[in-house]
Ligand binder design. Structure first.
Ligand SMILES: Nc1ncnc2c1ncn2[C@@H]1O[C@H](COP(=O)(O)OP(=O)(O)O)[C@@H](O)[C@H]1O
Ligand SMILES: [Mg+2]
Length: 339
């Protein structure tokens, strides 16, 4: 019989989220509602225990909206979210508080997410005190342990964010997240603003935390190279939808969605055997008017008539590796000389 532990820690099913733009004069005259922006359109993903899932896509593809919906900073319009078997969307205020303690978000810009007036000590210890996890003496010990854990000297405890470098600030943000004993960390472009050498250090820290503390992670990035080495599985997002998902090695070495192949081309540093994948050209379409049929059809080099009519269903190309594409060009086709 299945036990809870055999199941993914987080199961997101068919998640949709719409925003409404400003009402236009024309719409008002015609008594129409304001234009609808489709930020998420049926996102399904699983996060396994003690694994890292990479979530990759261009800016505006819905990565942050997914993260925000998971802890209900945004209320999704449709879909379900199960955290450890618990229905997140049905959680009451006290249950949600607990879920938000266990699922911690880390943002791109620690300078914005850290209170400039609070010392590092207060930043790290206050949330744990508020949650009743430590008392005063425990708070001191917690700060010392966590600074050590994230690789900062204890002397930074009295400093404010202004006095820290970008990498140090991100370490403080990570220590603050850890202070609440999370089970999941969602790192939303957490290294995007940092220098490449610092990026590598912070990514290594995430990997250590996953390994040593048994955490599960969602690593969000617009660059594939960021998630390549740390993620067991990777999901590729495009215009509010996952277009390919599977084990990182399968997706990177044998991409089956033309969008994934094009993204890989932009990162020659990632080891794949492809050489002449079509490059990504053109702009991502507006989320106010998602193309009919396959949403990638305006930029795809493999389209046929069906791609302009019907939204593609998923195909399991190999066990656990899914791609949403009608044409599903053979791997050797998207990796042979095309452009
Ligand atoms: N609070 C919001 N109000 C209106 N539109 C939003 C809001 N948050 C995100 N969006 C829109 O939803 C889409 C997805 O955004 P986002 O999830 O931030 O993408 P990503 O993180 O992949 O860059 C974008 O078109 C964005 O403009
Ligand atoms: Mg984002």
């Amino acid at each position: 019989m299945d036990t809870l532990n055999d199941k993914p820690l987080l199961e997101v099913n068919n998640l949709s989220k719409y925003f409404h733009g400003k009402q236009t004069v024309l719409n008002r005259l015609m008594k129409k509602p304001p234009p609808k922006l489709v930020a998420l359109d049926g996102v399904t993903l699983n996060l396994n225990r003690n694994e890292t899932l990479g979530l990759v896509g261009e800016s505006g593809s819905g990565k942050s909206t997914t993260a925000c919906c998971i802890i209900r900073l945004y209320e999704p319009d449709n879909g379900s979210i199960l955290y450890n078997g618990q229905d997140v969307l049905a959680a009451h205020a006290d249950e949600l508080r607990e879920i938000r303690r266990e699922v911690q978000l880390i943002y791109q810009d620690p300078y914005k997410s850290l209170n400039p007036r609070m010392t590092v000590r207060a930043t790290i210890s206050e949330p744990a005190k508020v949650h009743g996890l430590v008392d005063r003496a425990g708070g001191e010990k917690l700060v010392k342990n966590l600074l050590d854990r994230v690789g900062l000297p204890s002397t930074v405890a009295d400093l404010r964010p202004r006095a820290l470098s970008g990498g140090q600030r991100q370490r403080v943000a990570i220590a603050r997240a850890l202070s609440l004993r999370p089970k999941i960390i969602i790192a939303d472009e957490a290294v995007s603003a940092l220098d490449v050498s610092i990026q590598a250090q912070i990514l290594n820290l995430f990997e250590e935390l996953r390994r040593d503390l048994g955490l599960s992670m969602i690593l969000i990035a617009h660059q594939l190279s960021v998630v390549a080495h740390l993620s067991q599985n990777v999901a590729i997002m495009y215009l509010g939808r996952i277009v390919e998902i599977g084990s990182t090695s399968e997706v990177f070495l044998r991409p089956r969605h033309p969008y994934t192949a094009a993204l890989l081309k932009a990162h020659p540093s990632i080891e794949t055997s492809r050489c002449h994948t079509p490059a990504l050209t053109g702009e991502i379409p507006s989320p106010y008017s998602i193309p009919k049929g396959c949403r990638f059809n305006t930029r795809c080099k493999f389209t046929d008539a069906l791609c302009f009519e019907v939204d593609p269903p998923s195909t399991e190309v190999t066990p656990g590796h899914y791609a949403w594409c009608h044409v599903l060009p053979e791997y050797d086709k998207i990796t042979s000389k095309q452009s």
